[in-house]
Design a protein around this ligand. Structure first.
Ligand code: RB5
Length: 143
């Protein structure tokens, strides 16, 4: 599985931590920026990495900003992207199980790195349940 990583300046440090975490789990990643803590605009990176997922360069994404909210809103503008901003492990669990989310968004200013690590691992380890959730997921994107 290839994971697209994206952040703005406020999520840069956790994006770097996420690379180490994914390396330790033996998972491949591609970094779509940003590349420092210099101030940038989160939609630019959300759009770049979302396109990489939709074009098949990557399978899923982990996007990080200050809250995880702005970057997920921008990602969710793309048809086919289901980005979930999660602050607790249970949210990560259910958004994989029920929503088949393909992007996890984290807020570096809202959760500790220890919590972020648990959220990321839970999100990576949980499979979509399918069944009754398929029809609901199919109804998310507007024609
Ligand atoms: C940047 O200051 C901040 O607004 C951004 O990282 C994010 O939290 C937006 O939702």
């Amino acid at each position: 599985m290839m994971i697209a990583l994206a952040s703005d300046h406020a999520g840069f440090n956790y994006k770097e931590n996420t690379k180490e975490l994914l390396d330790s789990l033996g998972l491949a990643w591609k970094d779509y920026g940003t590349d420092s803590t210099d101030r940038v605009d989160y939609p630019d990176f959300a759009h770049k990495a979302s396109k990489a997922i939709l074009e098949g360069e990557c399978d899923r994404g982990i996007f990080i900003c200050g809250t995880g909210i702005g970057i997920s809103i921008a990602a969710n503008r793309h048809k086919g992207i289901r980005a979930a901003a999660c602050q607790i492990e249970e949210a990560a669990y259910y958004t994989r199980l029920h929503n088949d989310s393909n992007v996890l968004a984290i807020g570096e200013r809202l959760v500790s790195w220890e919590a972020a690590e648990r959220i990321i691992k839970m999100w990576l380890d949980t499979d979509f349940e399918g069944g009754r959730h398929i029809i609901r997921v199919e109804k998310i994107d507007l024609p």
